[in-house]
Design a binder for this molecule. Structure first.
Ligand SMILES: *[C@@H]1O[C@H](CO)[C@@H](O)[C@H](O)[C@H]1NC(C)=O
Ligand SMILES: *[C@@H]1O[C@H](CO)[C@@H](O)[C@H](O)[C@H]1NC(C)=O
Ligand SMILES: *[C@@H]1O[C@H](CO)[C@@H](O)[C@H](O)[C@H]1NC(C)=O
Ligand SMILES: *[C@@H]1O[C@H](CO)[C@@H](O)[C@H](O)[C@H]1NC(C)=O
Ligand SMILES: *[C@@H]1O[C@H](CO)[C@@H](O)[C@H](O)[C@H]1NC(C)=O
Length: 346
């Protein structure tokens, strides 16, 4: 399996300042909405942190549906971050990279996610999740965000599988099951750190069915998911559930951490695609004309070396690893009908 993004064309107390009235309001209305979203992770959450030169996400036809031109999202349009922001009724937070260019947008939170990264270093020379959390810590030290800001915030943490891509690409002496435990241990460390910075709610994505990504279903002409890969995903998700359950037992309010079940929601869309007006569930919308090319590739003469489907709105997958906006929208709707999102509010 290739990198989760085609690099180089190959491929988230101090109530002192709060009046007593506000605290009473908070109790009377448990559905108080957070005002900021902080985002950590990879291409499933990145909204433009990678610099233009280094990623297909800045090339046509990425961003064609939204915002209408390439803007660094790994899709034809909106991604998971945008839908979580929509649910919270906050603006999708600006990429960390743009914090100085768009200082007024800083109040909605910030997106520290970089496509291609994992909890550990991957082949992409970009900030791993530890470094992404360091970025928020520095902003807090420089008083860009106050303790109250953090108390009114939610973190979205995406761990979509780049650590496993890296694992498969290198000669691991470690067994896969043991590596899964290491990834969950590091994810747990990261979640504890984000909570320690003062973020109220931390939402972490379960691993989506990697075995159903076009990259993995290509050998069967996009017909069948790879069950071996999905079994590994289920192990990851079981260990994540265990870790998050224990973390909640150890925290005062017992509900600081929440898992976003991307496995069940993706699977549900695959099992009932027409419910979501999806006609192509596994066949990606945008692919390279041959194995040497990928979505967004051009040759030396700037001639397109990719094909785009007629109707991105009816395809679940955009490229070999990333959902379309329609795909993310279907997953978002499924998460809402599963009542999986209401617990983000507090
Ligand atoms: C994250 O990246 C930094 C800088 O490359 C590195 O020193 C650190 O060990 C990495 N953290 C993890 C958990 O891999
Ligand atoms: C992978 O294993 C082969 C054979 O054991 C070895 O020659 C090679 O150096 C290893 N590569 C890495 C990156 O560890
Ligand atoms: C779990 O994570 C902690 C903190 O990063 C680290 O010190 C410890 O070695 C890890 N344990 C395993 C089994 O990976
Ligand atoms: C499924 O994926 C594994 C690697 O995760 C691979 O070794 C295996 O060949 C794949 N199976 C099929 C049927 O493609
Ligand atoms: C891919 O590129 C290699 C090296 O440039 C070339 O030899 C090969 O024919 C190309 N394959 C296809 C299917 O275009």
């Amino acid at each position: 399996m290739k990198q989760l993004f085609p690099i180089l064309s190959l491929f988230l107390i101090l109530y002192l300042s709060v009046s007593g009235q506000r605290v009473v309001q908070a109790k009377a209305s448990p559905q108080q909405r957070p005002t900021k979203l902080f985002v950590f992770g990879d291409s499933y959450a990145d909204t433009g942190n990678i610099q233009r030169a280094f990623s297909n996400s800045w090339k046509d036809p990425y961003g064609a549906t939204f915002p209408g031109k390439p803007a660094g999202r790994f899709s034809d349009g909106r991604v998971l971050t945008d839908y979580i922001a929509k649910y919270l009724k906050v603006k999708s937070p600006i990429p960390y990279r743009l914090r100085k260019v768009m200082p007024k947008q800083v109040k909605y939170g910030m997106n520290f996610a970089f496509g291609g990264t994992g909890v550990f270093n991957t082949l992409a020379p970009l900030p791993n999740m530890t470094t992404q959390i360091d970025f928020l810590q520095h902003l807090i030290q420089h008083k860009v965000y106050t303790a109250l800001d953090l108390t009114n915030s939610v973190a979205l943490v995406s761990v979509a599988g780049n650590d496993y891509v890296r694992f498969m690409q290198t000669n691991a002496s470690q067994g896969l099951a043991s590596f899964v435990a290491t990834v969950i241990n590091q994810t747990r460390t990261n979640l504890i750190r984000i909570k320690g910075l003062g973020v109220k709610k931390i939402v972490v994505g379960a691993l989506q069915p990697l075995g159903c990504l076009p990259q993995m279903t290509a050998p069967t002409s996009f017909q069948r998911c790879n069950d071996t890969t999905n079994a590994m995903v289920l192990l990851h998700n079981a260990l994540l559930n265990q870790a998050v359950t224990r973390l909640n037992q150890q925290t005062k309010d017992r509900s600081s951490f929440l898992i976003l079940n991307l496995f069940d929601s993706f699977m549900s869309v695959f099992n009932h695609p027409s419910t979501h007006n999806i006609r192509s569930k596994f066949t990606p919308c945008c692919v390279g004309v041959s194995s040497n090319y990928s979505c967004g590739s051009v040759d030396m003469n700037n001639v397109k070396k990719y094909r785009v489907c007629d109707d991105p709105k009816s395809a679940f997958f955009w490229d070999l690893v990333h959902p379309t906006q329609a795909g993310w929208h279907a997953v978002y709707n499924k998460l809402r009908t599963m009542n999986a999102l209401q617990h983000i509010l507090y």
